[in-house]
Design a protein around this ligand. Structure first.
Ligand SMILES: NC(=O)c1ccc[n+]([C@@H]2O[C@H](COP(=O)([O-])OP(=O)(O)OC[C@H]3O[C@@H](n4cnc5c(N)ncnc54)[C@H](OP(=O)(O)O)[C@@H]3O)[C@@H](O)[C@H]2O)c1
Length: 317
């Protein structure tokens, strides 16, 4: 059996989350490809999932790399791809070909790995969860310096929003402006309602509420939302999830659950919208693919202080 190095989801690791070790190298079955991983990113879901779910396999859902073997007509060996998988942070990742897109040359490996979950989620927030398009609209992105929030700022700007206000810490103001925000609101010293007034925004994209630190922007969001506006939130209290699943959500408020089934098409649509000016933000530094790098990268992710996405240099570029 051929083995490979991997970041294994294992509570016996030094940080109680991941262990750098050996796993069998995957082989492709029909519809799948094996990707030699160049870069991979982690997401809060990696540390939120209880260990009994997906334990013992590589962690990470965001991958970029080179197709090594293919059992799909979509890709051939040597193609540079990126997208969604269930086992990203490993030397080789088994990927459903319909969850991958071709990597454009203008993205670095780390930038490509930074895109899938954050950009697919944010694209779906605007395209699938709002009943209108964003042209000339006012958009508030809460948690604008994080993975999903930064993608939300970039996409809202490229989709034609007139004003994109990012809610972030003051120290991240320049970073969020650099993504395309027309203004920022420092949640540590400013109040959104006081600063912009009632019924100001067409869309509130909330990437921060209920994220584990007691953040709660729901009441304020309803106040700053226009009558026909839309709040799209990535987290909410259990009652909100129940309301979502019985299709009884409050007017103007929707909880989003990312759907990766059509990630290939979604990522291609994002390129059409953004063009080569697209710069998915990657937290500096990019972490190494060893126990030390994995522990440090996940520590940064869990601190919720990363600017953009936490990435790992798996390919040694
Ligand atoms: N429902 C779904 O399908 C779905 C999909 C994707 C993600 N999610 C969830 O969405 C959340 C965001 O994901 P992510 O990848 O963007 O996480 P992330 O990158 O870890 O988010 C970190 C950001 O959160 C911001 N933040 C922390 N406390 C805040 C507060 N009190 N107010 C405003 N912002 C605050 C930080 O901003 P500053 O450093 O500027 O303070 C930081 O930039 C996570 O809980 C994730 O699990 C859900």
């Amino acid at each position: 059996m051929t083995t490979m190095k991997a970041c294994i989801r294992d509570s016996r690791g030094p940080d109680g989350l991941t262990r750098f070790g050996d796993l069998p190298k995957p082989t492709a079955s029909k519809g799948y490809v094996v990707v030699k991983v160049m870069a991979a990113c982690c997401n809060p879901v990696d540390y939120k999932l209880p260990h009994f779910i997906m334990g013992g396999i590589p962690m990470g859902f965001d991958v970029a790399g080179i197709v090594e073997t293919s059992e799909s007509p979509l890709y051939k060996p040597g193609d540079q791809v990126f997208g969604n998988t269930k086992s990203a942070i490993a030397e080789y990742s088994l990927c459903d070909a319909t969850h991958l897109a071709k990597k454009p040359a203008y993205l670095t490996w780390a930038q490509a790995a930074a895109m899938p979950l954050a950009f697919v989620t944010s694209y779906q927030a605007y395209k699938n969860y709002c009943d209108f398009d964003l042209k000339d609209k006012t958009v508030l992105v809460i948690g604008a310096s994080g993975g999903c929030g930064s993608a939300g700022v970039i996409l809202a700007k490229h989709m034609g929003a007139k004003d994109v206000v990012g809610v972030c810490s003051g120290k991240n103001a320049d970073f969020v402006r650099g993504l395309g925000a027309t203004d920022i609101c420092d949640y540590k010293s400013e109040n959104i309602l006081d600063k912009y007034g009632a019924k100001h925004f067409d869309v509130v994209y909330d990437c921060a509420s209920s994220s584990g630190g007691g953040e709660n922007y729901f009441e304020e969001s309803f106040k700053v939302l226009k009558d026909e506006g839309q709040i799209v939130a990535l987290n909410g209290p259990p009652t909100s999830w129940v309301r979502k699943f019985i299709r009884w959500e409050a007017k103007g408020m929707k909880l989003l659950l990312t759907d990766n089934t059509d990630a290939k098409t979604t990522l291609e649509n994002i390129f059409q919208i953004c063009g080569p000016g697209l710069k998915p933000p990657v937290h500096d530094p990019v972490y190494s693919f060893d126990q030390e790098g994995l522990t440090a990268g996940y520590k940064m992710l869990q601190s919720r202080r990363a600017q953009g996405k936490v990435a790992f240099n798996v390919g040694g570029w």
